[in-house]
Ligand binder design. Structure first.
Ligand SMILES: Cc1cc2nc3c(=O)[nH]c(=O)nc-3n(C[C@H](O)[C@H](O)[C@H](O)COP(=O)(O)OP(=O)(O)OC[C@H]3O[C@@H](n4cnc5c(N)ncnc54)[C@H](O)[C@@H]3O)c2cc1C
Length: 399
């Protein structure tokens, strides 16, 4: 590199994944001296003590938890009472929840205390941001508005101001302006579905289990919360979503109770219920000149297996390791050969996960009688195969 850039690493996007990478690189021994900037127009605010749980929560795998622990952020997230889930119960709407064709993953089967935790997104992002700032990362409260990438350094426009960096990481979400500015494409397809998220009180205890019922119109997930409620993620056709949005709270609660087949008794809405469009995307490359993509900027998946941010955290862990090794070996972390060590394996792994989730989506929304029967029996068969179950748990755990 000819001129010394303002920063060694600039991360655009301070959501869970971008803040995670910043905290991780800043905390690691190998990269402790790097000058790191995190550019985010709306930094996450830590919830105040006693503040009600936000409606956006995620199921984090044990592998994703590693990032929070390595970054020193887990104790801060822990204060917001994440809910450990010990079981996952999956069934098709053609079968009863307690029947032989229900798939049950139990943490005990793989010798773990739990399968993961349901955490509040804003608490995770704020905790990681706090750790990043404490470790010396500079927060720039602005959006990235322009990008010029060349072999020596990257110029990043922040409104009127321009800063230079040896490596830009785009962690700016599914609509990633940086990915577009860098001219990186990929295959995108919108699912014919929207997802509602909401918290509901339940008549019966959730028993620390995450549940998913596959309905013909899309899956309904019930994630356990530490306060005894469940967080619902209900993916359904846009016209059905519009009809559900028009219902009052009582009627909406009744609709979710019916969709869950009453598995937890009567459910009662106790939060807002925002909706999200769903799509499948994987960037054709996770690197450009002095640029890497991570998190939703690189890939989006259907939330049916709760994998989006988990994949993003695995990206951050992989990229932090590649940057660390390069710094230790005296290499330039922005060198395309170095970035290839991160980009190729993660792109391939995320493509596999995306394709698997896409396949599950298609099978479970296929209404042909033979397919419906096959998937119901398939769940039961997987449930009776210990080896396959172990494999699937390991895959979902990112290990
Ligand atoms: C309904 C639903 C349920 C889900 N449930 C789960 C789950 O249970 N488990 C799971 O693992 N995943 C889940 N996901 C996926 C998960 O929410 C996403 O994968 C995750 O939020 C992506 O994080 P991110 O940091 O990559 O992107 P984002 O959270 O989108 O963050 C991007 C950040 O970039 C900033 N930004 C945007 N433009 C710019 C710019 N020009 N310059 C600088 N910064 C910019 C934004 O302000 C934002 O803070 C779910 C998703 C949905 C829709």
């Amino acid at each position: 590199m000819s001129a010394r850039p303002d920063y060694d690493l600039l991360i655009a996007g301070g959501g869970m994944v971008g803040s995670g990478l910043a905290a991780l690189v800043a905390a690691a021994e190998a990269t402790r001296g790097l000058r790191i900037a995190l550019v985010e127009p709306k930094p996450a605010l830590a919830p105040l003590p006693g503040e009600p749980l936000d409606v956006r929560v995620s199921a984090l795998s044990r592998a994703a938890l590693r990032l929070l622990v390595a970054a020193g952020a887990w104790s801060l997230v822990d204060a917001r009472l994440p809910c450990a889930y010990e079981r996952m119960i999956v069934w098709d709407s053609t079968a009863p929840a307690a029947g032989p064709d229900t798939l049950v993953f139990d943490a005990a089967e793989v010798g773990e205390p739990d399968l993961g935790h349901v955490v509040e997104n804003r608490a995770v992002a704020a905790a990681l941001l706090e750790r990043a700032l404490a470790a010396g990362v500079t927060l720039i409260k602005s959006p990235v508005t322009g990008l010029e990438l060349d072999a020596d350094l990257a110029r990043v426009a922040l409104g009127e101001r321009t800063v230079t960096t040896g490596l830009v990481v785009a962690a700016d979400g599914a609509d990633s302006p940086l990915r577009r500015l860098a001219g990186l494409g990929g295959e995108a397809s919108a699912y014919p579905q929207e997802a509602f998220v909401a918290h509901l009180g339940s008549e019966l205890p959730h028993g620390s289990a995450a549940r998913q019922r596959f309905l013909p119109e899309g899956p309904l997930a019930l994630l356990p919360l530490a306060d005894g409620r469940v967080s619902v993620v209900w993916s359904t056709r846009p016209e059905r979503a519009a009809a559900l949005a028009a219902l009052d709270d009582l009627a909406f609660s009744a609709a979710v109770t019916a969709a869950s087949d009453g598995v937890l008794g009567r459910l009662t809405l106790s939060s807002s219920r925002p909706r999200f469009p769903l799509r499948h995307f994987n960037a054709s490359s996770y690197r450009g000149i002095r640029l890497a993509l991570i998190g939703d900027a690189a890939h989006s998946v259907h939330p049916l297996a709760g994998q989006g941010v988990n994949q993003g955290f695995l990206d951050a862990l992989a990229l932090a390791a590649v940057i660390g090794a390069a710094v230790q070996d005296g290499e330039d972390p922005g060198d395309p050969r170095v970035l290839g060590r991160y980009a190729r394996p993660r792109q391939a792994e995320n493509a596999l996960m995306g394709a698997a989730l896409d396949g599950i989506f298609r099978i479970f929304t296929d209404e042909r009688p033979l397919v419906r029967r096959g998937r119901r029996l398939g769940l039961g068969l997987v449930n009776r195969s210990r080896g396959l179950k172990r494999l699937l748990i390991a895959q979902a755990q990112g290990s």
